[in-house]
Design a protein around this ligand. Structure first.
Ligand SMILES: Cc1cc2nc3c(=O)[nH]c(=O)nc-3n(C[C@H](O)[C@H](O)[C@H](O)COP(=O)(O)O)c2cc1C
Length: 337
């Protein structure tokens, strides 16, 4: 059989705490078949002491989907990675990029970049425990360290432990004085450092992340690195995802309209209510960007986020949202099938 024509990491939606839950990923998967999806970060502590089902379950439709772990203790990482494999994930990703408070046992997130030997031990333990790829998401530096050698040595050491895929958020993490949100905006983007990693480690898969908002930018980065990961733009402007299978994977054009996707999500909300007693609003919050940039989007969004409608069934809210959209956007009602 011919080899798969595209690198599995060519395009992905970033792990985002509180955002990329299973409902959000189901929605994103309706928009793109080939893009890789990531869970929110799940800490090893949550898996050791909490409900596996709550943290790990996902829909079969979500594949390819990666579980992102937060932690630093190799034995716990190995046990968590094994759980992830057993639950059917396609990849285990270790978070070495989130600026986070130190936790009781060691640390997790970006401060791990200062401890490459510990990360290497964790990666090795996970690689020994699972057969699926173990990958690392990290920054290009921490605090004011702007020396390229820092990230080069980190990647070098961690790759020797068995990691072949590095997802690089192209800015430093400042561990003191900035909130996590500011840490996604204030430290400057330095894409050249990520390009350089690819040149220095041609055999590794290097994925660039940070500040990407358009397909033109994605195409430009793909000329330099193996993959691009998109976070906030994917969440706020999800219709962009509907262009990716055609633009970046040689697939046929996306065949559904926004209304089709919304209707599919309503059917999903009904199934979740039936099977899991899950209300529609924690699902609906993820689709609010579906009409991003269109006239009438605000009115439509307001209906789907109106807390007074919570007791209504989702199909009734769908009908109200449609009427609000038609009225505000001046769209002929016949355009809705
Ligand atoms: C709400 C939110 C939550 C995030 N949670 C995580 C997380 O759990 N793990 C992680 O590695 N990065 C997390 N990030 C960072 C993103 O994965 C990504 O690296 C960052 O947003 C930069 O990409 P972007 O400019 O395309 O958004 C989060 C970002 C946002 C906006």
């Amino acid at each position: 059989m011919a080899a798969a024509p595209y690198n599995p990491w060519r395009l992905s939606v970033a792990p985002m705490l509180d955002w990329t839950d299973r409902h959000c990923r189901y929605f994103h998967r309706l928009l793109t078949r080939h893009t890789r999806l990531y869970t929110e970060m799940v800490t090893t502590g949550a898996l050791m002491h909490g409900s596996h089902r709550r943290h790990l379950r996902f829909h079969a439709e979500e594949h390819p989907v990666a579980l992102q772990l937060g932690g630093s203790e190799p034995a716990e990482l190995a046990a968590a990675a094994k759980l992830g494999q057993d639950w059917g994930y396609d990849e285990i990703n270790l978070n070495c990029g989130c600026p986070s408070e130190r936790v009781q046992r060691g640390a997790f997130g970006a401060c791990l970049m200062a401890e490459p030997a510990l990360v290497a031990d964790g990666v090795k333990a996970m690689c020994d425990a699972v057969d699926i790829p173990v990958t690392v998401k990290h920054r290009i530096g921490i605090d004011r360290i702007e020396d390229y050698g820092f990230v080069r040595d980190f990647v070098g050491q961690v790759s020797e432990a068995g990691c072949r895929v590095f997802i690089v958020h192209a800015r430093n993490a400042w561990l003191q004085g900035l909130s996590p949100k500011e840490n996604r905006e204030v430290p400057p983007l330095r894409y050249e450092a990520v390009y350089r990693l690819k040149r220095d480690f041609p055999a590794l898969t290097i994925v660039l992340n940070g500040g990407v908002t358009t397909n033109a930018q994605i195409a430009a980065h793909l000329a330099q690195v193996d993959g691009v990961m998109v976070g906030r733009e994917a969440y706020h402007n999800p219709w962009l995802l509907s262009t990716w299978d055609e633009a970046f994977f040689g697939d046929s054009p996306f065949a559904l309209s926004r209304e089709d996707v919304e209707a599919a999500m309503v059917a999903y909300m009904e199934r979740e209510a039936q099977d899991d007693a899950c209300p529609w609003y924690p699902i609906a919050r993820h689709i609010l960007g579906l009409r991003h940039g269109l006239r009438g989007a605000r009115r439509w969004r307001q209906i789907w986020s109106d807390h007074r409608l919570k007791p209504e069934p989702p199909r009734a809210v769908f009908a109200l949202a449609r009427s609000a959209w038609v009225a505000a956007a001046d769209v002929p009602a016949t355009e809705f099938g």
